[in-house]
Write a protein that binds this ligand. Structure first.
Ligand SMILES: [Zn+2]
Ligand SMILES: [Zn+2]
Length: 368
């Protein structure tokens, strides 16, 4: 999830839609100017913030795919698909700084290491690995096209591990004592030999490295330290989400070792009976009979909300596309609604009464 809400182009001082080459050039200049090592101490904090911001903007706009998403949907397009870590993953910083980067790798490590812990693992030169004890949870929600178009609050229930309140995660029954592990004599590790000179150390299988054994297991969690609970939450589905959008809810995942993982919600949008989605627009086909096409009429056309009257002009051809302004789907970024495209299909009667046949024959004569 992006940490800034400012426009990425603004941050880099670029016009919207600037090319990747221009973005690289601008970024290089900004980094030189705002490098925290080049400012007096009292301005360091502010410089670091600014540096983070421009690096994030660069990470997105220098990546063709992310740039396209951002151009189309803005921050929402990025946030719904990438975690902060993913925003930076794959960003090409090396071509900016070269191999003799003058300590730029270190500055990333310093700034981002202090800031988020899990940020930047992909791009950092030292390959900082992500550590989180509580596991993430992935869920899928299925919504209708109408719900995707207008957004909604969705009730979601799932099971997750919570800290056991009885033992606070230790797994030991409150008040029970611990004894020193007899297998490893409290060392947490045992040595195995292959005979002769070779021996190696391995985690004690009895106490799993703790060096101590719990005398009485917690009655709340049977010693696991955590319990499975059903969790109900309300998830705000933003208007404009599409199939494949991912929402990340921080710290709603499993609990483990003092931390919670995140909850990832994968959005699936069900197929609609009438409409297909084309970006922010929706398209539907309406069948009109041949006389309506010839003579024109006002007809009812379904929309995502209800229906509207639409004028079919006289002489309408098959596969004419009419545009109903603002009846499409809200853009994730601009919140502006797309249009509904209504394509005509013209129905030709398969059977005629004798009277109809006679009249049409007369008409055919007339057209000659
Ligand atoms: Zn417990
Ligand atoms: Zn042991």
């Amino acid at each position: 999830m992006s940490s800034t809400t400012r426009d990425y182009y603004d941050i880099l001082g670029m016009a919207k839609g600037a090319s990747i080459d221009e973005i690289k050039k601008s970024y290089r200049q900004l980094v030189m100017k705002h490098h925290p090592d080049r400012v007096p101490d009292q301005q360091k904090k502010a410089a670091e913030e600014r540096f983070k911001e421009i690096s994030e903007a660069y990470a997105v706009l220098s990546d063709a795919k992310k740039k396209q998403l951002y151009d189309q949907y803005g921050h929402a397009g990025i946030d719904s698909r990438y975690s902060t870590e993913d925003i930076f993953r794959g960003a090409d910083f090396s071509s900016i700084f070269g191999n003799s980067g003058g300590g730029f790798g270190d500055i990333f490590e310093h700034i981002f290491g202090d800031a988020g812990g899990d940020i930047f693992s992909g791009a950092s030169s030292s390959g900082r690995s992500r550590r989180r004890a509580g596991e993430d949870i992935q869920l899928q929600v299925s919504i209708t096209l109408e719900q995707a178009a207008f957004g909604m609050e969705k009730d979601v229930s799932y099971y997750r591990h919570d800290d056991c309140t009885r033992c606070h995660g230790s797994g030991a029954e409150p008040g029970s004592s611990k004894t020193v592990c007899t297998t490893c004599s409290g060392q947490g590790a045992v040595r195995s030999g292959l005979g002769g000179f070779i021996s190696f150390s391995q985690t004690c299988p009895k106490c799993q490295g703790a060096g101590q054994l719990i005398k009485d297991l917690c009655r709340g969690c049977s010693g696991a330290g955590r319990i499975k609970n059903k969790k109900n939450i309300k998830v705000t589905i933003p208007q404009g989400v599409d199939k494949g959008s991912v929402l990340r809810l921080r710290n709603e995942g499993h609990y483990g070792s003092g931390q919670r993982g995140d909850l990832y919600i994968y959005v699936d949008v069900k197929q609609h009976l009438k409409f297909t989605r084309e970006g922010d627009n929706i398209r539907c086909k309406i069948r009109i009979d041949v006389l309506t096409a010839i003579l024109g009429a006002e007809i009812d056309v379904p929309t995502l909300v209800d229906s509207v009257k639409m004028k079919i002009p006289a002489g309408t051809q098959p596969h004419t596309v009419f545009r109903l302004k603002g009846k499409g789907i809200s853009n994730l970024r601009t919140k502006r609604f797309g249009d509904e495209l209504v394509e005509t299909e013209i129905e030709i009667p398969k059977r005629l009464s004798s009277k109809e046949r006679k009249l049409l024959s007369e008409w055919a004569e007339l057209r000659k």
